[in-house]
Structure formats: structure tokens, C-alpha cells
Design a protein around this ligand. Structure first.
Ligand code: AMP
Ligand code: MG
Length: 420
């Protein structure tokens, strides 16, 4: 049985070495927002397919307006119009212009669009048959969006691995893709272990507590990009736990339990993984969340988190979240880390790595980051984690930090890879 305590980095590397991206599926393009694309996206047509107007105005021959001034305006005849979807197909001679709406194709031979607001309508309503006056020359190409401005037919517009934004989804749509390929959401099973646990709608009797972890872990799994599935509460009973775990292994890509993970009299998780699979680690130099079992059971990655709610959540954050993201094909797996000033001394009695709940704020006067570390670090408390925006790192081997020291803070409120 693995015994020694490994670092968070080692633990993470072991977890990531034992998971693989899920299979590739096709989804409606808009549903892929926030996900890395599993495949390049190319366009079948020029984007845009034709040169079009960037303004509501008049399409002209720029040379007609070369001598236009406010003292000697140039007048042109309006010979046609183009509204959205309505294309002018006639020819346009010297001294003539076409009324044009934004996005309409610029008629053959015309090379500039003058916006409506700076054109004087002399007679008529501005449409066909009107005479209009210009007081300024127009530059070649003015207010015209060239054909193929975004991309040419056959070109790649989005690359595999890029995380799809909503703008990128729109671009894929322009390129003719109603669906795109992404890695399927891994099914993540969540099981709560503990005889003292009762359901959320139950009123606990003395000695019982409501199962908070399942809801927190299902939410965290959803947030990480998984399809979470709840497998209920298992009593601290070897056979009951094994039955639930077998069911999970058979139908999930990743199995997560909370509770029963330490070395207490009724902690069966590690023994189960050891007996039926392989334990890859069972202790991490991390607080909260020291007692974490990771292994392979029935060919599936298995993460046994400790039952203390904050420890379960921090353990998930450090190990399950990057794993789920990697299964979806993300390459940005690390949260952004900032250096911030500690406002008061932080004393620690152990040499483990601490991830303390804290809140980092930028002092508007000095522009420096300061950490509010006034939260209770009791691992039974979820409210303090809820109110935190970072985990403050007290490195291994340090007895704490002095007021004024700089500390690393892991920004759990920002997406992985965020530039700070
Ligand atoms: P364990 O890891 O089983 O030793 O549990 C450690 C502590 O976390 C105990 O106080 C448990 O009652 C509590 N705990 C375990 N599972 C849950 C859960 N699902 N929800 C809330 N508290 C839990
Ligand atoms: Mg327990």
C-alpha cells in the first residue's frame, strides 16, 4: 500500500497521467461554447462572400467625386437601390450612384460608399430618380468590406484546441458549421460515504448530518465540464460501498467519493481500491485534504476525497477539476497565481502545504494586491470557501507567514489560463 506523502504537483501529475480525453462527439455549435475544439473548422465560402457596404449610404465611382467641395458640390443621379437581400443588377455609369444599405453587395464597378448622413438629397426621396449632392471626395474602398475579409474559401477559421467563444461560434456558423466536434462531457459519478449522512430534505437526528458534499461536488463537476451523476449515500459498510462503487465504475468515466477516506475504524475506501484495483497515492502534503486516495478501479480513475466539506472541495479543485478539463481536451489546467501581501501573521503548526481560504483585493490607492485572511480555516466550513476568491499558499516547511510577507494566491474565481 502506498504510504508516503507526495506533493500536490506529484499527485496532480499522477492523476493526469491516468486520464485521457474522452471520445469526440458532434454537438450543435453554440453548445460547444467554452470548450476546446477537437478539430479544425474551415470555411467552404469566402467570408464575406461578396464586397459589401459597411454603411447605409450611396455606392459611387470615387473618381466622380474627386473635385467635390462644399463650395462646388458634385451631383449624381440615383439609378437604383439595394436593400438587405435585394441586389441591383443594372449597370452604373459615370455621374450615377446606387442607394445601398449596410451589408448589401457593392454593385460592379463602384468603389466607394458615402454614408447617408453627409449626402444632400436635392430632389426626390433619396431613392431611384433622386438627385444627390456630395461636398467631399471619397477614397477608393471607403466604407466597403472586401470579399474574403475574414477568410477565403477553404481556409481554416478556427483551430483544433482553441476554446470556442461565442464570437467563434458565430464564425463557425458563417463558415457553414451547424455542428462542431468536441470531447464528450465525461460522466463523473459522485458517492457520499458515511453512516451519519442523511438526504438534503431530511431533518437530521442527533448524530446525523445532511450530505453537503454531494451537492458541492456535483456542482463543481458541472462547472469543470463534466456530466455529473449522483449515486446516493453509502453507509460505512464495506459491502454497501463496494456495491455502489461497482455500479459507478460500470457507468462512469471518473469515480469520486467523499468520506471514509482516512484511516479511521470505518474508513473503507482505500482498502476497497487496494483490494479491487490499484492505489496510486493515499496521502498528499496538503491541508485541507490530506487524506485523498487516488487509484484505478475496474479500469476507471477513482478519487476518494476526505469527508470534511472544505477538504473535499479543495481536493476536487486541485485534482478532479484539472482531470475533468483534460478529459474535455483543455490544455489550460492551471489556475492563475498571483503574489499578494499578507495583512496579518499566519501561524502554522505543521510543515505541510496549506491552501488557506482567503480573499484577495487590489488596493485602489496603491494598486497592490492585499490578502484578507480573516476566514476560519476549519475544514467543516463551506461558507468561508464560498466567500473566498483564492487559496493562499503557505509552502511546505514554513511555520507560517509574517504580516507584510508576499504569498502566492491561487485564483479559484478565474478561469484557468487567465492573464492577470
Ligand atoms: P470522514 O472523511 O468520513 O472521516 O469524514 C470527515 C468529516 O466530514 C466528518 O465530520 C463527517 O461527518 C463529515 N462528512 C463526511 N461526508 C460528508 C458529506 N457528504 N457531507 C457533509 N459532511 C460530511
Ligand atoms: Mg466517515
Amino acid at each position: 500500500m502506498a504510504e508516503h506523502m507526495i506533493s500536490v504537483e506529484e499527485a496532480r501529475a499522477i492523476v493526469l497521467a491516468h486520464i485521457a480525453p474522452t471520445d469526440v462527439v458532434e454537438v450543435e455549435t453554440w453548445r460547444a461554447v467554452g470548450l476546446p475544439l477537437a478539430e479544425d473548422v474551415a470555411t467552404d465560402i469566402d467570408l464575406s462572400p461578396f464586397a459589401n457596404s459597411a454603411m447605409d449610404g450611396y455606392a459611387v465611382h470615387s473618381e466622380d467625386l474627386a473635385v467635390a467641395t462644399s463650395d462646388a458640390p458634385v451631383t449624381l443621379d440615383v439609378v437604383g437601390h439595394e436593400a438587405a437581400g435585394h441586389v441591383y443588377t443594372g449597370s452604373v455609369g459615370a455621374g450615377q450612384a446606387v442607394r445601398i444599405m449596410t451589408g448589401a453587395p457593392v454593385p460592379e464597378g463602384l468603389d466607394a460608399v458615402v454614408k447617408y448622413e453627409i449626402v444632400d438629397v436635392l430632389d426626390g426621396d433619396g431613392n431611384e430618380g433622386s438627385r444627390i449632392a456630395f461636398t467631399h471626395p471619397a477614397k477608393v474602398g471607403e466604407n466597403i468590406r472586401e470579399a474574403g475579409l475574414e477568410a477565403h474559401a477553404g481556409e481554416r477559421v478556427l483551430a483544433a484546441g482553441e476554446v470556442l467563444t461565442s464570437a467563434g461560434a458565430g464564425l463557425a456558423a458563417s463558415a457553414g458549421h451547424e455542428k462542431v466536434r468536441v470531447h464528450r462531457a465525461p460522466v463523473v459519478g459522485v458517492l457520499s460515504v458515511g453512516t451519519e449522512l442523511v438526504g438534503v430534505t431530511d431533518v437530521p437526528a442527533r448524530g446525523q448530518i445532511r450530505d453537503a458534499n454531494a451537492t458541492a461536488l456535483l456542482a463543481a463537476a458541472l462547472e469543470a465540464g463534466a456530466e455529473p451523476r449522483f449515486f446516493g449515500i453509502a453507509r460505512d459498510d464495506e459491502a454497501a460501498i463496494a456495491a455502489s462503487v461497482h455500479e459507478m465504475v460500470a457507468s462512469c468515466d471518473f469515480v469520486i467519493t467523499s468520506g471514509g477516506a482516512s484511516a479511521g475504524d470505518y474508513d473503507f475506501i482505500e482498502a476497497l481500491v487496494h483490494r479491487e484495483g490499484e492505489v496510486l497515492f493515499d496521502r498528499i502534503s496538503m491541508r485541507p485534504g490530506k487524506a485523498i486516495t487516488f487509484g484505478i478501479l475496474g479500469g476507471k480513475p477513482f478519487l476518494g476525497l476526505s469527508g470534511n466539506p472544505a477538504a473535499a472541495c479543495v481536493g476536487f479543485e486541485m485534482l478532479a477539476r484539472p482531470a475533468i478539463r483534460a478529459m474535455r481536451g483543455h490544455t489550460a489546467l492551471d489556475r492563475s497565481v498571483q503574489s499578494a501581501r499578507v495583512d496579518a501573521p499566519i501561524a502554522k503548526r505543521q510543515a505541510r502545504r496549506f491552501y488557506d481560504r482567503a480573499r484577495v483585493v487590489r488596493d485602489p490607492a496603491t494598486g497592490t494586491l492585499a490578502v484578507d485572511h480573516s476566514f476560519s480555516q476549519n475544514s467543516a466550513l463551506l461558507g468561508t470557501l464560498h466567500r473566498s476568491n483564492c487559496l493562499l499558499v503557505v509552502p511546505e516547511g514554513m511555520q507560517g507567514l509574517e504580516a507584510g510577507d508576499m504569498a502566492d494566491v491561487v485564483r479559484i474565481d478565474l478561469p484557468e489560463g487567465a492573464e492577470l
